[in-house]
Design a protein around this ligand. Structure first.
Ligand SMILES: *Cc1c(COP(=O)(O)O)cnc(C)c1O
Length: 468
């Protein structure tokens, strides 16, 4: 299995190459040269498998023999052993046809753990094989930092340094990062805001000698392996609900388009997903695209669902590439004009094909609170604000045939958003047992000014690479 860049100017790579590179050298995203596809009997044979086993089989279709089967199986078993539910990703029925797929039973209570827990282990495995070490650096406004830290903690060949804006994350978010006391985890609280942190990370990557010396790397959402590791849970849910004989639909709260792209990939691999419903908050660029071919960026506005406060959905480029019949020059051109004008021109015929499959709808904050209240009153199950946009979208945009079940991706535990929950239903959901003592755990962090030289010095102090 080889991977090509959506922009066509970077050499093809194998799975480990794509894993370590993240972004292609030409600025494009890696996609499989050809999509693996399974026959109905092969899907059926996976029904009822424990999640780690299913995940190893599906991810194994994308590794192209570069990772031994037994090693991959060990990694998925370890990755999902830390999850707080025996099913890993259980389904909860909300009405006759709507099912919440709970993706938040991992260590940080959000769906990013589903991919990141495996990614950290894949990184470590490939690095050990190559006798290499990396220093992962990243900036976070809250959630992605903790998922990355949990994924990389205690991995032998990785050091991770996460910058967060001092005093500007919630206490839960900060403590989820700073109470991880593993020797390869380093939290820098930077004076400034999220953009200060982001700029410092960009500057470190742009500092070529420093980048080389530290062997800097990132685990951001454009990494193909993250998408690959998100495909299994759609198969798991669809099989449980009767696929491949019975078609299903999915409803996914969408920001960077990674999660729903994984559902699209599952469909491409032969799973009968009839419809892909996306939801957003008031930052509604994606619903506007799928309803009116209007992909135009507007300023980002804060909302109750911060992980969707996004105007540029980086993984969308992978779908665009497919919509444009895998024409890398046309993809590069569309991305260039989006960057230059804030508007992405997509030919009508290509958009039509997308619109046949995808539906999208946005929900503002008041609607989100109302939806949280409604679902909780009707079922006793409380969605977090992100998931609430998706339960709403599932109701609004479900296929006409009521025999088609809708799988709603429940992307975060409601306890991660206690203020929104309190506004919606009048109580703050309890943290699950494994985080119950979060507020009394010891924290470790280093406070630094927003100064590149000082931040680089801190990274250099922490990176074991330097001392090997
Ligand atoms: C990251 C995130 C999303 C958006 O997922 P994408 O893959 O970026 O579309 C939705 N909900 C929650 C809770 C998230 O953390």
């Amino acid at each position: 299995m080889r991977y090509v860049s959506t922009r066509g100017e970077a050499p093809a790579r194998d799975f480990p190459g794509v894993l370590l590179a993240g972004l292609a050298e030409d600025g494009g995203l890696f996609v499989p040269e050809t999509w693996p596809s399974l026959a109905a009997a092969e899907w059926r044979a996976m029904r009822g498998l424990p999640y780690p086993e299913l995940a190893a089989r599906i991810v194994g279709l994308f590794t192209g023999g570069t990772i031994p089967e037994a090693a991959l199986r060990r990694m998925t078993e370890e990755a999902y052993a830390s999850f707080n539910h025996p099913a890993v990703a259980p389904l909860v029925q909300l009405d006759t046809r709507t099912f919440a797929l709970e993706l938040f039973h991992g260590p940080t209570l959000a769906f990013k753990d589903m991919a990141m827990q495996l990614l950290g282990r894949l990184f470590d495995h490939v690095l050990a094989e190559r006798g290499e070490r990396v220093t992962i650096v990243g900036a976070t406004s809250g959630d992605t930092g903790s998922a990355a830290i949990e994924a990389c903690r205690d991995r032998a060949n990785i050091d991770i340094v996460i910058l967060h804006p001092q005093g500007r994350t919630s206490e839960v978010q900060r403590r989820q990062m700073t109470t991880v006391l593993s020797s390869n985890v380093h939290n820098l609280a930077v004076e400034g805001d999220f953009d200060t942190c982001q700029d410092l990370v960009k500057a470190m990557f742009a500092d070529a000698p420093f980048r080389r010396e530290m062997n800097l790397s990132a685990v951001n959402s454009i990494n193909w392996a993250r998408v690959a590791a998100q495909i299994p849970y759609y198969a798991y849910a669809a099989l449980a609900l009767g696929a491949p004989e019975r078609p299903v639909a999915v409803s996914v709260p969408t920001g960077n388009f990674g999660n729903v792209l994984a559902a699209w990939a599952a469909r491409k691999m032969g799973l009968p997903i009839e419809r892909l419903i996306i939801s957003s908050n008031r930052n509604d660029i994606l619903p506007r695209f799928f309803t009116a071919n209007d992909m135009s960026a507007r300023p980002v506005e804060p909302s109750l669902s911060p992980s969707m406060d996004i105007q540029v959905s980086s993984n969308f480029e992978r779908l665009l590439f497919e919509l444009l019949d895998r024409d890398p020059a046309a993809t590069a051109q569309a991305m260039r004009s989006f960057r230059e004008t804030g508007r992405m021109p997509v030919p009508d015929a290509a958009w039509q094909r997308a619109a046949e499959l995808f539906r999208g709808v946005a929900l503002d904050d008041a609607g989100t609170l109302e939806e949280m209240r409604r679902v909780h009153a009707a079922t006793g199950w409380l969605p977090d604000p992100h998931s609430a946009t998706a339960t709403h979208a599932a109701r609004a945009l479900a296929p006409e045939d009521p025999a088609i079940p809708v799988i709603v991706a429940a992307t975060a535990h409601p306890a991660k958003f206690p203020d929104a929950a309190e506004q919606a239903v009048g109580f703050r959901p309890a943290l699950p047992p494994h985080l119950a003592d979060l507020f009394t755990r010891e924290e470790r962090l280093e406070l630094l000014p927003g100064d590149l030289a000082q931040v680089e010095a801190a990274v250099r102090r922490h990176a074991r690479r330097n001392r090997a």
